[in-house]
Design a protein around this ligand. Structure first.
Ligand code: SF4
Length: 359
């Protein structure tokens, strides 16, 4: 695996550094998100907030704006909170002790293992979806890969492998470094991402093929065994781009809930199959609107929710800015500067395409 990694690892910007801060940011961004999506976000983030001190001292709104579009916004808030604690309690130096690191907000067992091994070359294991797939297939583990007992077993195997890697010398044919813990963990993730894919893995190009239990037993489709996923749920929402004197009504989500502190257009869930925008606005938002024109539909998926968002352009029949202290009339030029979740960013794009953002 170390030799395969030395030959085949993708050249990614966070792999050109051993800075734990840069690696931490990449690991958090890469959770549930593909490399090609993360690349511009990571580059932008590192340019604007290059170290722990700059993140700790930044405004929450700046952090959310840099994160906007990646989803799971609690991850961004945890990054800032953890940076503040590192600055306060560790003089801004990233702690090397896995026990201390794991106490920081948003840093769980996987992230601790990744930072300790990749930045500090410590023999700490990692286990994510890619590693689970490689290990269950290679070792022929047929049990439900999400079960606690299976996870315990996989963490143990991952720990044994990285410990073994730490004892390897530099005599390997293609490797010139002794950063074997970093390379072994990354090789497992890389093999899962590039070769041992969920469907139709490219076993012919895999360095583990000769000893892979799933390949030998022709059982690749059955491994890893997964519980059937919960059914998707379809949900309908309406959102209102309410304009007055060229400005749009936007509201800030309150602390503690989903997408906390992000901005959005007023919106509500509809329980009927077809939206009745004026009625929804009155009943759920307390807004009296004049005639509303539908300007588009946005579809997106969040975990097991398939969401259809019908977007309306409306004029208020009275001033609704008093409905919440977190609402404001925003001129078109400022809309682009607010951190919106991606569905609401698309509303701004819809307004621009319909030429409704004139000042
Ligand atoms: S041989 Fe195939 S199934 Fe086994 S680890 Fe390699 S790619 Fe995965």
């Amino acid at each position: 695996m170390l030799q395969w990694y030395a030959e085949h690892a993708r050249d990614l910007p966070w792999r050109r550094t051993q800075d734990p801060y840069a690696i931490w940011i990449s690991e958090i961004m890469l959770q549930q998100t593909q490399v090609k999506t993360v690349l511009p976000y990571w580059t932008r983030w590192m340019r604007r907030l290059p170290d722990i001190a700059s993140l700790a001292r930044s405004r929450t709104e700046t952090v959310l704006k840099l994160w906007a579009g990646l989803g799971y916004y609690s991850r961004a808030r945890n990054l800032k909170r953890a940076a503040e604690l590192i600055l306060q309690n560790h003089d801004g130096e990233f702690p090397r002790d896995p026990g201390i690191m794991a106490k920081l907000p948003g840093i769980g067992r996987y992230t601790t293992g990744a930072i300790c091994s990749i930045a500090f070359n410590q023999p700490t294991p990692i286990l994510d979806g890619n590693v689970i797939r490689v290990l269950t297939r290679f070792f022929g583990i047929l049990e439900d890969s999400g079960a606690t007992t299976t996870r315990t077993r996989l963490w143990k195997i991952a720990g044994q492998l990285v410990t073994l890697a730490s004892t390897q010398g530099i005599g390997l044919k293609h490797t010139s470094t002794t950063r074997h813990c970093a390379d072994l963990n990354q090789s497992l993730m890389e093999l899962g991402a590039l070769i041992c894919s969920p469907r139709e893995p490219n076993c012919g190009a895999c360095p583990l093929q000769a000893r892979c239990a799933a390949h030998r037993a022709n059982m690749i489709p059955q491994i890893p065994a997964l519980k059937p996923k919960a059914a998707m749920r379809s949900r309908l929402f309406v959102a209102f781009a309410i304009s007055r004197d060229g400005c749009f009504l936007v509201q800030k989500r309150s602390e503690g809930g989903v997408n906390a502190q992000l901005w959005e257009f007023p919106n509500a869930e509809c329980l009927e199959d077809e939206p009745d925008p004026e009625n929804s606005a009155r009943l759920t938002l307390g807004l009296e609107l004049g005639a509303s024109e539908r300007i588009g539909t946005i579809r997106h998926t969040i975990t097991r929710n398939r969401i259809r968002l019908e977007v309306y352009h409306s004029k208020p029949s009275h001033d609704p800015s008093g409905t919440s202290p977190l609402t404001r009339w925003c001129p078109p030029s400022k809309l682009a500067q607010l951190p919106f979740p991606s569905a609401h960013r698309k509303i701004v794009e819809l307004l621009a395409n319909r030429q409704l953002l004139r000042t």
